[in-house]
Design a protein around this ligand. Structure first.
Ligand SMILES: Cc1cc2nc3c(=O)[nH]c(=O)nc-3n(C[C@H](O)[C@H](O)[C@H](O)COP(=O)(O)OP(=O)(O)OC[C@H]3O[C@@H](n4cnc5c(N)ncnc54)[C@H](O)[C@@H]3O)c2cc1C
Length: 412
């Protein structure tokens, strides 16, 4: 058993890296485990752009010196706080820089077990090391929760995969591919497949694809700014509230929180993606996949429309751009004892947390997408890392970390 640490952080994505930066600056003894920016490196397609604006894609650091803008300035990469989509490889490189500069000792090993022991926790790593930690913070994002709905989930992976399984969509050049879904991930996957030489069809259950509007002009009249304020997650008062007030969101009635966390900022395509989809390849809206089977080494899908009509599609492969569903029971490192003590938000697989992100197990914290039904939709975005990291760091350091209000507004 290794020496005890004060805090073990499980996860090295934007949330975990941000928290580690705050705790290290405050002198807390920390060990952090996970593969830095793994989701962004291994589960997103080459050529992708972020949907969030530049100013809303910052990780949180105590001195506000390690922003995406600072990284782009230091490396000469193009950057605009607003209106210029951030390429995936720029964001991955930003994550690497942030880690190298602020949290260089992330340990690239996965956690296989977390159990309560002696008033703290015993953490087991994939390399068999065991350590004691007084507190554990779980920031594991969405990777473990890729969702493939029925009947696609019954197909073998040789013909059906989740969109997160692909970084190189050029591998499908010359193949017929059906993409299922209506969100940014499905739409961008379909556009990239088409641009890389696959023959694509998109199937969406919704009656029409929702497209986000173009960014609002920066110099719009004050009255318009008051009517429709800009914030990290987009424009409008509701979005402003989700972006900037996760602590107040937590006080809304549970049913409202669960509904808003699921539906607010729901599936929609970025404005800059629209011309790469519309008119480029067939988009079948209003159709659900009702059955699916392997046929001639490829796949055959039965589609039904709400109005009652049906049709069939044949393709080499189907890719489910159907998002993620948090379900803590799917995490490999919580055994029955931990799951029994971990209160979830009813109707979801997400952990219930207090205002300090602490779960029903004292000393165990969860942050990021897994607590969206408590802290709101901002937890599904990098922008939420400021609130989460500063709040948890403040709690773990007895108040030594403060949050700059400037960092949680539109920043422009
Ligand atoms: C296709 C796609 C596009 C997106 N685009 C945007 C965007 O444009 N803007 C935006 O703000 N958000 C976007 N998101 C949302 C994004 O997932 C979150 O904003 C962000 O990644 C959440 O950060 P995180 O640190 O919670 O988790 P992640 O970034 O998912 O990191 C999870 C970390 O946990 C680690 N981990 C997992 N299991 C273990 C284990 N057992 N032991 C130790 N470590 C473990 C991983 O190695 C990784 O380091 C997008 C998501 C997807 C899927």
């Amino acid at each position: 058993m290794s020496d005890a640490v004060e805090v073990a952080i499980v996860g090295a994505g934007p949330y975990g890296l941000s928290l580690a930066a705050h705790l290290r600056k405050a002198g807390v003894s920390v060990r952090q485990f996970g593969l830095p920016m793994q989701l962004w490196r291994d589960s997103m397609p080459e050529g992708m752009f972020l949907k969030s604006q530049g100013f809303a894609s910052n990780m949180s650091d105590p001195d506000h010196t390690h922003t995406l803008e600072a990284f782009c300035r230091a490396t000469g990469l193009p950057y605009a706080s607003y209106g210029l989509p951030v390429p995936l490889d720029t964001f991955v490189a930003y994550g690497r820089w942030f880690r190298d500069e602020l949290v260089p000792d992330v340990e690239e090993v996965l956690v296989t077990d977390v159990a309560q022991a002696g008033g703290g926790f015993e953490v087991t790593l994939a390399n068999s090391e065991q350590l004691r930690a007084r507190k554990v913070v779980v920031a594991i994002g969405v990777e473990a929760f890729a969702h493939v709905p029925e009947p696609l989930s019954a197909l073998p992976s040789s013909v059906c995969t989740h969109s997160s399984a692909h970084t190189d969509l050029g591998a499908f050049r010359g193949q017929e591919v059906v993409v299922v879904g209506a969100g940014q991930s499905a739409l961008e996957t379909a556009a990239l497949l088409h641009e890389k030489g696959a023959s694509v069809q998109l199937v969406a259950r919704k009656g029409k694809i929702i497209w986000n509007g173009p960014p609002l002009p920066l110099d719009r009249p004050l009255l318009q700014k008051l009517n429709e304020p800009e914030s990290g997650l987009g424009s409008g008062w509701a979005t402003w509230f989700y972006s900037n007030q996760p602590g107040l969101f937590r006080r809304l009635p549970r049913s409202t929180r669960v509904y808003r966390a699921r539906t607010a900022l729901g599936p929609a395509g970025a404005t800059w993606l629209r011309s790469r989809v519309e008119g480029q390849f067939p988009v079948l809206t209003g159709y659900s996949v009702t059955w699916a089977r392997v046929q001639d080494g490829g796949v055959r899908l039965g589609l039904a429309e709400a109005g009652g009509s049906s049709r069939e599609l044949a393709a080499d492969r189907v890719i489910a751009g159907t998002g993620y569903r948090t379900d803590l029971t799917r995490l490999p490192f919580f055994g029955d004892q931990m799951l029994a003590g971990l209160r979830t938000v009813p109707g979801t697989g997400s952990s219930a947390v207090g205002r300090d992100y602490q779960t029903s197990i004292p000393g165990l914290y969860v942050m990021g997408p897994a607590v969206a039904p408590t802290m709101g939709p901002v937890m599904r975005f990098v922008f939420g890392s400021e609130h989460a990291a500063t709040t948890v760091a403040r709690q773990l350091t007895g108040g030594a970390v403060s949050r700059s209000p400037a960092a949680v507004t539109a920043g422009r």
